[in-house]
Write a protein that binds this ligand. Structure first.
Ligand SMILES: Cc1cc2nc3c(=O)[nH]c(=O)nc-3n(C[C@H](O)[C@H](O)[C@H](O)COP(=O)(O)OP(=O)(O)OC[C@H]3O[C@@H](n4cnc5c(N)ncnc54)[C@H](O)[C@@H]3O)c2cc1C
Ligand SMILES: *[C@@H]1O[C@H](CO)[C@@H](O)[C@H](O)[C@H]1NC(C)=O
Ligand SMILES: *[C@@H]1O[C@H](CO)[C@@H](O)[C@H](O)[C@H]1NC(C)=O
Length: 562
């Protein structure tokens, strides 16, 4: 196949972030021939890395019909436990905390390489393929397009681990120029796209070095840790987190920190980090803190983590997403999910521009909204993980007193409140994210619980219409598309409006119980293709104006042309 040297979208990097972007574009009818997705590695990476798929990601994957497929390959973690100095302090049941909030009230554990394989298989089924061994070297913004210089590494210049060598290539035969309307950097923490954009990546490295270890134990039935749940354990400034991997509960992932005194490897020099070994540096503290007997280590990696957020996620025709745009502590399991959330947000905006669903101001507003919506979330996330992490690992007497005496008394009583449990669950599961402050949101409407920019509240449908086969109101998220929901009775003019615009109208019989979730009877909810609310328009008697006028005004103001 000859490489396409003129495309609409060039995606650099085929990690979860890039794969989801490509998939979402195809799901919106963008042709495989108008996109390219490249990755500099000649082979797929086969290490587990990020494990947690959060509830919001599972919700968003419904538009790709991937949620059930994903769920069939991993392990649902129902609760997180907190231990201090060997004593069990608290258990946060996610199935309790989240059961009214989402169809996925658990933390879902699936190794990143398996997750990526599922994404890539779906991509291939849509006729698109990752070009491996192709690296973006640099690019130039030519105003009307971007010209990107690519280097093909999958010739003979390929070292043994399948990751192309740095220097042994032929400038003339191995490079090509690809012209693209848009360039998206999903190329990870050391992003070449970000370097080319010349935006700052503000932040700092953590002084600790993290390790991750995939282990097998023989203490089934003995250690209370091996019960299919997550365990967060503290001892002094030492923190170890255990994630169960499978239903047999014998395999798991340990995340923790290495002795900071040994780590002065600020430049992330892989050679220095390789000096650590599981047996010498981790096993003793794991035995001490967790009382866990590790019989096999399948993967061990030490790595330095930074907390950083790019100044801009967009300049002109160039975008950043995923680790290329933000990095932070892996504690909390947010990294991969945030990358996926980025490109689900970006994909429909790029697709709208390509399909001509915007006027000239619309493109700009949509692209800016990507930067505003996702950068705000990344900043908040980095601050939160940073605060939690800094506290958890702070050294000194005061920190010890708080951790060992205050937290154990306060946390369990806090967790006794359903409100607190829900707040924690919403935060970690990313279901709390909203875009109320976006240029795409309407003016805020008083204290209404559900506003433009919000995630649509999830409700179980009590409906009496089995022929529709709907269990919940997220069942309509079966494609990446605009849609309208009404809980109650839609007006005739709304039906006509949706017909004219070819937007699906989904009507749910009203049930008083929906008010508890903040949904309004007969209110018209216009949903963006990424499942967030664009317009919330009260309808019926007493409404200030016809909902369709409101919808038309919204689209006009935002430069959208559906
Ligand atoms: C050892 C390790 C352990 C981790 N553990 C956890 C964890 O426990 N929990 C958690 O949430 N997160 C963890 N992470 C982070 C998580 O893996 C990332 O957040 C996630 O992979 C981000 O996805 P991404 O697609 O944005 O970037 P990446 O997965 O980094 O993918 C970027 C891709 O771009 C390619 N690329 C880079 N430069 C170029 C170029 N110039 N041209 C072409 N291709 C290029 C790379 O080959 C790579 O495949 C871990 C990461 C590592 C390395
Ligand atoms: C959705 O995916 C499942 C596999 O998880 C498959 O059986 C089903 O046919 C798919 N549905 C559609 C509409 O593609
Ligand atoms: C690169 O080398 C590895 C190891 O020899 C090999 O398995 C792989 O197929 C090569 N990749 C390409 C694209 O030639």
């Amino acid at each position: 196949m000859t490489p396409k040297n003129k495309v609409d979208i060039l995606i650099v990097g085929a990690g979860p972030t890039g794969l989801v972007l490509a998939l979402s574009l195809l799901k919106q009818g963008i042709s495989p021939s108008s996109i390219r997705i490249i990755d500099k590695y000649a082979t797929t990476i086969s290490t587990s890395r990020a494990l947690a798929t959060q509830a919001r990601t599972l919700e968003l994957y419904r538009s790709f019909n991937l949620t059930d497929e994903l769920l069939s390959h991993g392990h649902k973690v129902p609760a997180v436990n907190l231990w201090m100095r060997g004593k069990h302090q608290a258990r946060l049941s996610q199935s309790e905390a989240g059961k009214e909030l989402t169809p996925y009230p658990f933390m879902f554990v699936l190794a990143q390489d398996k997750h990526e394989r599922i994404l890539e298989k779906a991509l291939n089924e849509h006729g698109a393929f990752v070009e491996r061994g192709v690296e973006l070297v640099d690019f130039e913004d030519q105003d009307s397009h971007i010209s990107a210089r690519l280097l093909r590494r999958n010739g003979p210049n390929n070292n043994t681990d399948g990751h192309g060598t740095e220097d042994s290539y032929n400038e003339e035969t191995d490079t090509e120029i690809c012209e693209t309307a848009y360039l998206v950097g999903c190329d990870g923490a050391h992003s070449a796209v970000r370097h080319g954009m010349k935006v700052n990546f503000e932040g700092a490295p953590y002084k600790q070095l993290f390790y991750v270890a995939d282990i097998e134990t023989d203490s089934h039935g003995q250690s209370p840790i091996i019960n299919g749940e997550v365990h967060v354990t503290f001892k002094g400034a030492n923190l170890v987190i255990f994630f169960p991997y499978d239903d047999k509960h014998r395999c798991g992932r340990l995340i923790g920190m290495l002795d900071p005194r040994k780590t002065d490897n600020e430049d992330n020099n892989p050679a220095a980090d390789r000096e650590y070994s599981f047996d010498d540096d981790v096993a003793p503290s794991v035995r001490d803190i967790l009382d866990l007997n590790v019989v096999k280590v399948n993967w061990f990696s030490a790595y330095r983590v930074h907390h950083r957020v790019a100044d801009q996620f967009r300049t002109g025709r160039v975008f950043l997403a995923g680790d290329a745009a933000h990095i932070h502590s892996p504690v909390g399991g947010q990294g991969m999910n945030t990358g996926v959330g980025d490109t689900i947000n970006l994909a429909w905006k790029l697709a709208s521009a390509l399909k001509g669903h915007t006027d000239s101001t619309g493109d700009e507003r949509l692209f800016d909204s990507y930067n505003i919506e996702r950068r705000a979330f990344a900043l908040q996330l980095v601050h939160t993980t940073d605060r939690v992490f800094t506290f958890a690992t702070a050294e000194g007497l005061i920190a010890d007193i708080i951790r060992n005496w205050i937290v154990p008394t306060v946390v369990p009583s806090l967790f006794a409140f359903q409100g607190v449990r829900e707040f924690m669950f919403r935060t970690v599961s990313q279901t709390r994210i909203n875009y109320r402050n976006s240029p795409l949101a309407e003016e805020p409407r008083g204290t209404d619980p559900v506003q433009s920019g919000d995630r649509l509240p999830w409700v179980v449908i009590s409906s009496n219409k089995p022929e529709e086969g709907r269990d919940d109101n997220y069942d309509t998220f079966n494609a990446v598309k605009w849609q309208v929901h009404v809980y109650g009775t839609p007006t005739e003019s709304l039906r006509q409006w949706c017909g004219r615009k070819k937007i699906d109208l989904d009507v749910f019989d009203w049930d008083e119980k929906y008010t508890a979730s903040g949904l309004g009877r007969d209110t018209v909810y216009l949903l963006r293709p990424d499942q967030y609310l664009a317009v919330v328009a009260p309808s019926g008697p007493g409404a200030a104006e016809e909902a369709t006028e409101r919808l038309d005004r919204y689209l006009l103001e935002k430069g959208l042309n559906l």
